[in-house]
Write a protein that binds this ligand. Structure first.
Ligand SMILES: [Zn+2]
Ligand SMILES: [Zn+2]
Length: 270
């Protein structure tokens, strides 16, 4: 029982639930292996487009984050495996700074995820999963919902292909995050071909997929990232899937998992 994607009290847009609350809850749920993957500090020159600029941990907190986790990991070593991780943003135009950051912090990490949350359009960046309003503004900047989806999958493809050095994360975060508000902004054009192409590139590099349960609970999404047909394609290619609750509070651990397992099981019995 592994959860490879958990946020922490170091998340400025998350909850203040303590590490102990997350860990005790994970143990209660039967988990034996968990990764804390806080949003890594954003590149210093990047301006966070969210209103509170709270998408990621501040650079000044990073040392404290790592040392706290080193202590807690030891403290719980006989009860549960705790991996020290980060969810690192892939931002088009900031590849070099991200590579330098990874080179520095990489040796401290047991695990990490590479995710796309920000996209440039018309000379400004948008956070694609912040709110329906910002998503709408982003689609207007791109010209349409389909063009926004295209840009997103193009960025994910670049993330997979990017040379970010020896410590580049091996797991791609919530592959279909652009579907978060899909009930309000359905994409009229199928992105299946682009997604399958990304899976082939993931396979070629022996990367993994974050099989993320957060979307299941989101009222405008109602499916995991990625949805079942993508999981099916990933399994056909033997791409490892690592469940991620993406919990931002202890209560959200395990979210979506029952439904994901149920779907996977019904598929395998076909
Ligand atoms: Zn977050
Ligand atoms: Zn994320």
């Amino acid at each position: 029982m592994r959860d490879g994607h958990i946020h922490t009290p170091f998340c400025p847009h998350g909850s203040n639930d303590s590490f102990v609350q997350y860990i005790e809850r994970a143990i209660e749920l039967g988990y034996t292996d968990i990764s804390f993957t806080e949003h890594a500090p954003l590149p210093s020159a990047f301006v966070d487009p969210t209103p509170e600029q709270d998408s990621a941990m501040a650079m000044e907190q990073l040392d404290s984050y790592i040392s706290t986790l080193q202590r807690i990991k030891k403290q719980y070593q006989t009860d549960i495996t705790i991996r020290i991780g980060l969810e690192v943003d892939f931002i088009i135009g900031y590849e070099e700074e991200t590579a330098r950051f990874l080179e520095e912090i990489g040796p401290e990490l047991d695990d990490s995820i590479l995710s796309v949350h920000f996209l440039p359009a018309n000379g400004q960046y948008f956070c694609l999963d912040y709110s329906p309003d910002m998503f709408q503004a982003m689609t207007e900047a791109f010209g349409s919902v389909s063009l926004a989806h295209e840009a997103y999958y193009h960025a994910v493809l670049q993330a997979v292909r990017a040379d970010l050095g020896a410590y580049k994360p091996k797991r791609i975060g919530h592959l279909t995050l652009v579907h978060k508000f899909q009930k309000q902004f359905p994409c009229p054009v199928s992105m299946a071909e682009r997604i399958v192409h990304i899976l082939d590139e993931i396979k070629a590099r022996q990367y993994e997929l974050d099989y993320n349960g957060a979307g299941v609970q989101k009222p405008l999404c109602k499916e995991p990232y990625p949805p079942h047909w993508v999981v099916h394609e990933a399994l056909k290619r033997n791409i490892p899937l690592v469940y991620g609750s993406d919990a931002h509070c202890a209560r959200d651990l395990h979210q979506g998992r029952e439904q994901m397992v149920r779907e996977a099981f019904s598929e395998s019995t076909l």
